[in-house]
Design a protein around this ligand. Structure first.
Ligand code: AMP
Length: 571
């Protein structure tokens, strides 16, 4: 393996050989010289793709320099290139956006977005993963002697009309040989066998991963999932299923609901009859309080590895409770479009997390509005995240993740924006028309205290009619809202069951005036006050909750068709 990453884009140069010093040196090198690295990255992308239709359309004519690139190429969003992406999805194999064959389509976003992906992109992503543990090892040595209990999952995939696989980026990563056939590395030594991660049935996958994590509890030094929501889901799963799990551990068999033969075989390599372990887990889980359950069951755990920046920060109190305040470590910042950066100070407080841009990952631009970043795979493309520059590592920028632009509600991978919520509410209030009732004001709240979390809408109504509105009408309103939300939300409700039924809480007349009074008492301008369409601040949620007259839940799941593609709005 060459010592230096000479060609910044070729995946073969990316394997840093699991050598911590080399990895840390790589970070030093690329962050000391980001301008030069970025220039090269852009040159390589533009020269490799000089003849692609999209660049030719904008008259780039083989130019590879920054100035011409910025002058000729517009800054775009997903919608701008959706016609090109649709052509690719429909089977046009000519070089439209990229000279290399498109191997896969990552999906993401509030609505499904298809992101054309090439094979070597996975190599680049593997590199970013390979940086994480050498960074961590500087702060918590000895992690190589133990295992990580990570709850990792795949999602269902679909085919585009032209035959490309469309699936979320992590699903394609876990299914790739970069993950499946990774050479033994103490840093990627997980309690979950690959077969349990790759099991498409989410119940079987979770059950078997938890079972393996429990059996190997003393070997576990770190626990986690990609996002905080996924990890909390695992803990709630344990809460609901510990009797079944203990039963399996006691007799050394797997319950018959786990039907996937690969999963059964992989688990049976780990599972033996452990009656004492079963007694121990039973004693812990049957206690009334689940405070510190993570450290009680997995006593050697040093930290919880989950993303708690952005909307995920809503889960911090719950994680603190279950882990007795173990460090919450946010290691990286990534998206379907591109992986961006790593946290070089992983033991810092969640509120202080900053990510350092790794300049080999993509060609980055901070837009003038200083709020969005571009990724070169899609040529001057807006990702749509709001960041704040926090400082520099050598010469590479570090930034705090502030929020995703426009997203108001999120439980897990769903991202609902204000416009979408407004539209859903508009559709649902049609049910009130026959009762001569009108919606005066509304706001929303992502309630993550329930298992799973769910969307709550606070509604204030004016009732002009004489006929009382029956509960079934409000239930219909709940369901109509759910039917109007994007497919990622509906998948979470129907297939993944990671989102609970939507709830409408009717509040007393005058509640929203009280809300405004409260905001003004905190310094909001009367002129500029707008009812927030989503509330997070605990006293405001309390105020609303204290005025609830009645509440209604969606009576059933909304419609969701597996693999049904609905491409569209990016948040
Ligand atoms: P997707 O494109 O569906 O994979 O989602 C990517 C988005 O997830 C990013 O654009 C961010 O909005 C969010 N995200 C990813 N990593 C982080 C992180 N470390 N902190 C906060 N949000 C993140």
């Amino acid at each position: 393996m060459p010592e230096e990453p000479k060609n910044t884009l070729k995946p073969t140069y990316y394997n840093l050989g699991g050598n911590n010093n080399k990895t840390l040196q790589f970070i030093e090198d690329v962050t000391s010289n980001p301008d030069e690295v970025q220039k090269k990255v852009l040159e390589e992308i533009l020269s490799l793709n000089a003849h692609v239709e999209y660049l030719q359309r904008h008259g780039l004519n083989g130019h590879t320099d920054r100035e011409t690139f910025k002058k000729l190429m517009p800054i775009i969003t997903y919608e701008d290139i959706q016609p090109d992406i649709n052509r690719i999805a429909n089977g046009d194999t000519s070089p439209i956006l990229c000279s290399k064959p498109i191997s896969d389509s990552g999906t993401s976003g509030g609505e499904r977005k298809l992101m054309p992906t090439i094979e070597e992109e996975l190599g680049r992503r593997s590199l970013l993963y390979s940086l994480l543990m050498p960074i961590m090892n500087q702060f918590i040595p000895g992690l190589e002697k133990a295992k990580g209990m990570y709850f990792l999952f795949i999602k269902s995939e679909a085919k585009t009309p032209g035959g490309l696989v469309a699936r979320p980026v992590l699903t394609s990563y876990y299914k790739s040989s970069y993950f499946k056939n990774r050479p033994y590395d103490p840093y990627t030594n997980y309690t979950s066998p690959n077969e349990t991660i790759l099991c498409p049935d989410s119940y079987q996958s979770m059950y078997s991963q938890m079972l393996c994590g429990l059996c190997q509890r003393n070997k576990v030094f770190r626990v986690g999932a990609v996002f905080a929501s996924g990890f909390i889901r695992a803990i709630h799963f344990l809460k609901n299923n510990w009797q079944l799990l203990c039963n399996d551990i006691r007799i050394g068999t797997i319950n018959p609901q786990i039907t996937d033969p690969c999963v059964r075989e992989a688990v049976m390599k780990i599972l033996k009859p452990y009656p004492k372990l079963a007694d121990f887990i039973e004693a812990e889980c049957s206690q009334d309080s689940w405070q510190g359950i993570i450290t009680r069951i997995w006593p050697n755990t040093k930290y919880v590895d989950v993303i708690v920046t952005g909307t995920m920060s809503q889960y911090i109190p719950t994680l603190d409770y279950y882990s007795n305040g173990l460090p919450l470590v946010c290691t990286m910042y990534a998206s379907s479009e591109c992986y961006f950066g790593v946290n070089l100070n992983p033991l810092c407080k969640p509120s202080e997390v900053s990510y350092t841009l790794i300049p080999t990952m993509a060609y980055f631009e901070f837009c003038l509005s200083i709020e969005t970043m571009g990724s070169p795979r899609l040529y001057r493309y807006r990702v749509g995240d709001v960041l704040r520059v926090a400082g520099f590592k050598n010469k590479a920028p570090q930034f705090n993740f502030i929020c995703r632009k426009n997203v108001v509600l999120s439980i897990e991978s769903d991202k609902t924006d204000e416009v979408e919520l407004q539209n859903a509410v508009k559709n649902s209030v049609n049910h009130l028309v026959p009762f001569d009732a009108t919606l005066v004001e509304y706001t929303s709240y992502a309630d993550t205290t329930t298992t799973p979390g769910h969307y709550v809408l606070f509604w204030e109504l004016t009732l002009n009619g004489l006929t009382p509105i029956p509960p079934s009408i409000f239930e219909d309103c709940c369901l109509t809202i759910e039917e109007s939300l994007n497919s990622v939300y509906r998948q979470g409700r129907v297939s993944d069951k990671s989102i609970g039924p939507l709830e409408i809480k009717i509040v007393e007349p005058g509640t929203f005036d009280k809300l405004m009074d409260y905001a003004i008492s905190l310094g909001a301008s009367i002129n500029q006050y707008k009812t927030p369409r989503c509330v997070k601040f605990a006293p405001i949620v309390q105020l609303l909750n204290s005025r609830v007259i009645s509440s209604y839940f969606s009576p059933k799941c909304p419609k969701w068709v597996p693999g049904h593609k609905q491409w569209g709005n990016k948040n």
